[in-house]
Design a protein. Structure first.
Length: 327
């Protein structure tokens, strides 16, 4: 395992201090007086509509993750591009994001109740939590008080969101830059227990891993063969999709970790987690343990993630429309 340098450790300690400092302005029930029905509006919408579209929980959770890894959890991922700005939505990692319309609908319902009070960043964080919980997954606390960012840049998204081709060193660095440790990396990767992926995100593992038309040797051969025969039949398939966790991709369970141990993680970034003995041991412990242990640990890591570099107080704005800056 790569050991971070003293200089980097000092930086991360300072980063952790700054994160904890801004957290002081986040609190549970932030809107209890200014918009007491806000969180209920979010939950009621999710509870009513998401059971009819259970596959939507994963995209909303992924959107929340992609938002927090670029300028913090400030709803910058929701901004539309303009003729003068390529926003985060235009970045390659975000081209397959889904669920923006859901956030827009919930925002409109909250705005009807309390105009100009509740941020899009808080709505996204709450919706992600409620979507997973309604789908039978873990519940975590979401202190509110985030404000919406004023910048959304495609290049920053490309540079900060860890791609599915990441090796372990890249993943470690990406998470450490956001104040997240290796345990958080393992647990948050567990979100891949739900959702789907386009073949284009991993087809190099099947058809051209080292640039010589070969297959990734770390991928289980039977699994790779089935993917090529049944799902990703050509190297340039940009439309077909594959279940991240075959057989239970709508269920928040431990199968993702069990598949990793069988060399059936879909992404290179998934497989990378098993290349370090200490991390593989952690995965084995999760895979063989009670589901409740995973749920509780995942919730703790989500609570850390949704506080990354939040904007509070007078920083940023409360958008009227989540896809457009106020001015």
């Amino acid at each position: 395992m790569e050991i971070l340098s003293f200089k980097n450790l000092v930086f991360l300690a300072l980063l952790g201090f700054l994160i904890s400092f801004v957290e002081a302005d986040l609190k549970l029930g932030f809107y209890d007086k200014s918009c007491p029905k806000a969180e209920k509006i979010v939950f009621d919408y999710v509870k009513k509509h998401f059971p009819n579209a259970p596959a939507l929980a994963a995209p909303i959770l992924r959107m929340h993750f992609h938002d927090c890894f670029v300028r913090g959890c400030d709803a910058s991922v929701l901004i539309n591009s303009t003729s003068t700005n390529q926003a985060e939505k235009a970045a390659t990692p975000n081209l397959t994001l889904r669920g923006f319309g859901v956030i827009d609908i919930i925002k409109s319902l909250v705005e009807k109740e309390c105009p100009g009070v509740v941020s899009c960043a808080d709505i996204l964080a709450l919706t992600a939590r409620d979507a997973v919980a309604v789908a039978g997954g873990p519940f975590w606390h979401v202190p509110t008080g985030r404000r919406d960012g004023l910048i959304s840049n495609a290049t920053e998204a490309l540079n900060n969101i860890p791609p599915p081709t990441s090796n372990f060193t890249a993943l470690q660095k990406s998470f450490a830059n956001k104040g997240l440790n290796l345990t958080d990396l393992v647990l948050l990767s567990g979100a891949h227990t739900i959702g789907i992926s386009h073949c284009s995100s991993f087809s190099n593992r099947l058809y051209n891993f080292s640039g010589k038309g070969d297959e990734d040797p770390s991928l289980d051969k039977v699994y790779a063969s089935n993917l090529k025969k049944l799902k990703c039949k050509t190297p340039n398939d940009n439309t077909s999709t594959v279940e991240m966790d075959p057989g239970s991709f709508k269920t928040f369970d431990l199968d993702y970790y069990k598949l990793l141990l069988k060399r059936r993680g879909l992404f290179q970034s998934d497989a990378a987690l098993t290349t370090v003995s200490a991390i593989k041991a952690q995965i084995s412990k999760l895979a063989g343990g009670p589901l409740e242990v995973f749920f509780n640990a995942f919730a703790q890591s989500m609570e850390k993630m949704n506080k990354i570099e939040v904007k509070t107080g007078n920083v940023g704005e409360i958008r009227k429309n989540c896809a457009v800056f106020n001015s």
